[in-house]
Write a protein of this length. Structure first.
Length: 252
């Protein structure tokens, strides 16, 4: 074991959805901790973002997770640049809320990005990791995949599926030293949730539902990601790590 169990300075880390919110905060945190980071997102702003970092430490791969070839392409470019993949943080996601009656387009689009795209990305990364000594896959799901949330069944179903995808892959890849775990955030202040956060009533309702009485910040996902990416979690696989300020644990 290394002297610093949380050391990620030698890790090659892929982060999807890295241009904003949780993905951006976690990417910047891993770069600050000395990792070599592959940032992937659809946004054109990713190019400007990457230009601010050390060129030897970071790689940009523009990709849409709905593209069936995106996962394999990201992994191939990572291996070409850095020689291997040590960590995947599968964070890219969309949300398309909708009350009943539900429509097929919303369901299909959400599942394709949030679950099928994540699966294809994880499959490519796990295969590469297994060939070079192992690694860690971290799926960013949601408490919406644990408890019922109104008006967004496709998002909830995708995130619930992602939790069980982690467990299935953890079982299949354990003997090849690839660990697969899930982080389930609660309400985090991001572009995706900002409309709710800026609505005084909804912000207050969601804050009151937590034990800690507040929303989380994107930077508060860095610690859990560092834990699951590092040797500090060397005997941890197939789990859900809930980071929700106490939402799912709260009774009255």
């Amino acid at each position: 074991m290394p002297a610093d169990l949380f050391d990620v300075s030698e890790k090659v880390v892929i982060i999807t959805g890295a241009s904003r919110g949780i993905g951006r905060a976690v990417a910047e945190g891993f770069l600050d901790h000395g990792a070599r980071v592959v940032l992937s997102a659809r946004s054109e702003s990713l190019t400007e973002q990457v230009a601010a970092y050390d060129a030897d430490q970071v790689l940009e791969v523009r990709a849409d997770m709905a593209d069936p070839d995106a996962g394999q392409r990201i992994v191939e470019k990572t291996v070409e640049a850095f020689g291997r993949v040590d960590v995947l943080i599968n964070n890219a996601a969309i949300t398309l809320p909708g009350a009943p009656p539900y429509d097929d387009a919303t369901w299909n689009t959400t599942l394709d990005v949030n679950l099928s795209g994540a699966f294809r990305m994880a499959r490519a990364a796990a295969t590469a990791m297994a060939e070079t000594g192992g690694g860690s896959i971290i799926h960013i799901a949601s408490i919406a995949g644990i408890v019922a949330m109104p008006g967004n069944p496709s998002y909830s179903a995708a995130k619930a599926g992602l939790r069980h995808l982690s467990k299935a892959m953890a079982n299949d890849f354990a003997t090849r030293d690839v660990r697969v775990n899930t982080i389930c955030p609660g309400y985090i202040v991001t572009d995706m949730t900002r409309a709710s956060f800026l609505d005084p009533q909804r912000q207050a309702e969601r804050s009151a539902r937590t034990m800690m009485g507040r929303w989380g910040q994107p930077e508060e996902l860095l610690g859990p990601c560092l834990f699951l990416a590092s040797d500090a979690s060397s005997y941890v696989t197939g789990i859900d790590l809930v980071v929700d300020g106490g939402w799912t644990g709260k009774g009255m």
